[in-house]
Design a protein around this ligand. Sequence first.
Ligand code: MN
Length: 243
Amino acid sequence: MDGSLTRRDVLRRASLAAGVAAAGAMASAQTPDPPAAGSEPMVVSPYTLPPLPYAYDALEPYLGARTLELHHDTHHAGYVRGANEAVSNLVEARRTGSTSMAGEYAAKLAFHASGHVLHTLYWENMAPDGGGAPQGRVGGMIRRQFGSYDAFVKQFKAIGTSVEGSGWGVLAYEPRGGLLVIAPVKNHENVVVMGMEPLLVVDVWEHAYYLDYQSDRGKYFDVWMEHLVSWPAVDQRLAAVVR
Ligand code: MN
């Protein structure tokens, strides 16, 4: 930081911080008030695609502009659309009294809404000047629980890159045990500890890295931790979920 923040910079940072806090408070923060008892909720497209918090080329040379453009505008947008469709289909099924597809719609909602939540966190988890070891509160928690930052990174990479097929490496806070957990999430919604709060998420679907790293998921993961991870964003999310 060179000390000459413009007003635009300040506004941008403030809005980013607010976005991180809102996402950290989980999707419930964006959910409208529950309907009165006995009334059918007027749920119309509860999910919206947030703008990418930086330019498409902001993370070059580590992630290319084309990767971010496709990933945000096509993939993330698709999960938002899919989640809204699932909600709409469930509302319509209740209206018509149909039950035959209800389980399928509910599974679609879990997949697409989780995809939306994780991508929202993922964009905030990266910064053009990111990377390196955390200095803040989460850094202290990591060192206490894992022994060292290097030991954490080694296990995080092992678990995150072990996901078969498509998924995520997720560092989360598990409130009942009061500890950090690393989850090898399959797709967007499988292999989690229920109730965990995601703090740091790395997308290991091929669409996240294939244009830049082809089949080398390990290289992408290394570069991500060394140059892209935004620990201040993780600290803000932790502050939102752990008082
Ligand atoms: Mn993705």
